[in-house]
Write a protein that binds this ligand. Structure first.
Ligand SMILES: C[S@@+](CC[C@H](N)C(=O)[O-])C[C@H]1O[C@@H](n2cnc3c(N)ncnc32)[C@H](O)[C@@H]1O
Length: 233
């Protein structure tokens, strides 16, 4: 109840403080519109039980519960706030998984009455669930089955204002995705990187985030809750 009035507290660690993020992002963000509804949909989805992981992860027989792969509700509040404040025309996220981050982006877009979400997911079964979930919040989404890398040029019209990188969490994937995104971003665009604290041996997500934060084309860089890196170009 209190959180719905005073909002959600985020832990910020600035690496470079400048630009729009530097002057607008504070330690509190309000709760996302329709948060209760989004969390109810997420609970129903989790009750489906463990779901088969895409073979791109190389784990034979690997499964995950929907809750194991979703963004937290607090980070969902941040994504909805970013959308409402910045009023992006084009938001891109990959991957969709079961649509939890997508529902928060969609809630922000619907509240702003502006913009569209392009979400990408390689796992066909998960994509069906994600599409249903995000559409329950609004019709502002195009969900593409396949990799972001293969489909972005054909699917996303014009520059990207806000991007969320949440696919396979390794240095090589994320740095290549940063290179794919950068020329497609609008000036001053913001990219969020999930799981910068991912600890699997060899993943080197911390190295990827350090390289991105230090990149001279990144004007502002901040870590949220030690988990997500936000970079403004
Ligand atoms: C951590 S989950 C995403 C969670 C989701 N963003 C959320 O917060 O609710 C990662 C997802 O990325 C998908 N994926 C991995 N690499 C991808 C790529 N290159 N393009 C699209 N989807 C990808 C996986 O199948 C998986 O569903």
């Amino acid at each position: 109840m209190l959180r719905s009035i005073i909002g959600v507290r985020l832990q910020l660690r600035w690496r470079k403080r400048a630009g729009w993020l530097g002057s607008h992002l504070r330690e509190r963000v309000p709760q996302s519109p329709r948060k209760r509804e989004i969390e109810a949909v997420a609970r129903t989805t989790n009750s489906l039980g463990a779901q088969k992981l895409d073979e791109a992860y190389g784990e034979v027989g690997g499964v995950r519960l929907p809750d194991d792969v979703r963004s937290s509700a607090d980070l969902g509040d941040l994504y909805a706030w970013l959308v409402q404040q910045r009023r992006p025309t084009t938001v891109v996220e990959f991957g969709s998984a079961f649509g939890v981050s997508g529902m928060y982006f969609a809630a922000g877009l619907m509240a702003a009455r502006h913009g569209h979400l392009y979400s990408f997911e390689i796992n066909r079964e998960w994509a069906d669930i994600a599409e249903r979930n995000i559409r329950s919040i609004g019709d502002c989404v195009t969900l593409t089955r396949g990799t972001f890398e293969d489909h972005v040029s054909a699917v996303v019209p014009g520059p990207i204002d806000l991007a969320f990188v949440d696919g396979i969490h390794t240095y090589d994937f994320v740095m290549a995705q940063f290179d794919t995104l950068r020329p497609r971003m609008s000036p001053g665009g913001v990219i969020a990187f999930d799981d910068i604290d991912f600890k699997r041996p060899g993943a080197r997500m911390r190295d990827a985030w350090e390289a991105i934060a230090a990149d001279s084309r990144v004007t502002s860089a901040v870590e949220i809750n030690g988990r997500v890196g936000l970079a403004e170009l």
